[in-house]
Design a protein. Structure first.
Length: 117
């Protein structure tokens, strides 16, 4: 498939939207994670999404015009990893998970998420 404007506009880029309250007022700020500098602000989410899509189109058109590389969205990983660890650490994790009354997987996720003290 030819990687033209239509190709890139169909890709599912990661959009992040934040509600902002600062000295200039209350508004929404959004950006496309993979497209550096591709961001906008607006008073409503609908207006912001429309603005972001226009900015994305302009951004991609300029990149294509100058022959600059255009990143594509990253695919989400499967969520599965193979992990090797010392047997004693494995045993300790199992013991801790049992004490907490959760599965080993849940316990490791809890620890990795940074919510544990």
């Amino acid at each position: 498939m030819e990687k033209n404007l239509e190709y890139y506009l169909r890709l599912d880029y990661t959009m992040i939207i934040k509600h902002v309250s600062d000295e200039s007022g209350t508004y929404y700020h959004g950006k496309f994670v993979e497209l550096e500098g591709c961001q906008s602000t607006a008073d409503t989410i609908d207006e912001l999404v429309q603005n972001l899509n226009e900015v994305k189109k302009d951004h991609i058109e300029i990149k294509l015009e100058y022959g600059d590389p255009i990143p594509e969205p990253r695919e989400l990983p499967s969520g599965n990893i193979m992990l090797r660890m010392p047997r004693t650490l494995h045993r300790d994790l199992i013991d801790n998970a049992e004490r907490e009354g959760v599965s080993l997987n849940q316990y490791i996720l809890y620890k990795l998420s940074g919510k544990a003290k």
